[in-house]
Design a protein around this ligand. Sequence first.
Ligand code: ASP
Ligand code: MG
Length: 474
Amino acid sequence: MLTLKFGGTSVGDARAIAQTASVILQTKTQDPHVVVVTSAMSGVTDLLVNAAHAAAAGQRQPYLDARDVLLEKHMTAAQALLASEEELAQYQHHLEEQLRFFTRLCSAVYVLGELTPRGLDAISGLGERLAAPLLAAALRARQTQATWVDAREILVTDDQFGEAAPLLGPTCERSKARLQPLLEAGITPVVTGFIGATATGIPTTLGRGGSDFSAAILGACLQADEIQIWTDVDGILTADPRIVPQARTLRQLSYNEAAEMAYFGAKVIHPKTMLPAVERGIPIRILNTFHPDGPSTLISNHPTGDGLVKAITAIRDLTLINVEGRGMMGVPGIAARTFRAVADVKANVLMISQASSEQSICFVVKNSRSQEVIQALTETFERELARHYIDRIYPVQDVVIIAVVGSGMRGTPGIAGRLFSALGRVGVNVIALAQGSSESNISLVVARPDLETAVRAIHQAFFQNQHVPTPQLV
Ligand code: ASP
Ligand code: MG
């Protein structure tokens, strides 16, 4: 059994939906038991969310316009995909009904002048309920038995609206009861991603981009052999192709490596999203709907091959904060107080580094949080500053973290050397450096203007050097 999830661009218009239907049919020739999970058509969730916020702010027009746009967008696709008048009429009926519900919800928000997280979930989850029936009908138009399933019937969550957590016990029970009979009858279920409901039936969402999560949850419940995430790129690449045109698809990746990459800004699957699959050891494959025979990335517990460095990713818009002073040496509690102050202003720390001389601690936060953090530290260390135990607390603005990820680096000597020679050759200055004890990533802080040069140089050193075997790669 396979779970196939299609993202917004894979159902973005009639052409994309037709392509998605072909991918599903093709997959079914290999394994007839397929559960499909779909996102909303691309742009739809944003439109719904923006209209809801505008309504709360006292504007009517945006949701009236959104209704028209949604009607036109879905009807245009339906007309191109559905030859049967009856199917078309049925879909139109469903669409109009959902859109009436949408305007009713928005007008309630408009009248109240308030949008609660619960209200927003009821509105933002509508897009998937417009896309899933359309994809199911498009499959029927291709002589495949299919039916859409509203995930509110099967995906039970807590009531943390906007970011609800799945309750796996009841979800597995319900999804098996609802989906297995369909599979046994040869019917392909097309389930709405992103949405669920509390045990008492109140609609929830799993957070933006949550359809991947839906697919992992259902795949885990149904013990899928593989969870496939169909998107619009050829899997996960060694680097951002806009920076490195030679970037290649990674064939295999461990769950850990994928999580490290996501943490460091790569557009891969969110670690939380993978969890249900990781716990049951179900492999996740990332593929391109528009290039189905092209390369894909398999994320699993047992990636084969021994490539050292798998990928290079970067996070932008960061500030490095330094706490520096000769009086800090050997004084316990400085680090604890530093990070307590940072936590008190709820700033997220992306990387930490302390030299062994203990004369400075530096760490990285988002640019947008740096002023608050400096302020908090200055207050916390008022006495130490006055006595010059701490000499300076200062930011280095607009830096980036470049992370080099790969569990094969563990225990392999010479990686750091190769990394620094590569950067030295192109004259990039490394401002700070950290390596976790897992040794599966090395993170470097460099100035923003050095980003592209640094990433290209590292890519060149690890992936484009003919003398280095890279068995992982295409
Ligand atoms: N449609 C939802 C969103 O845009 C969920 C998803 O695409 O995964 O966030
Ligand atoms: Mg999306």
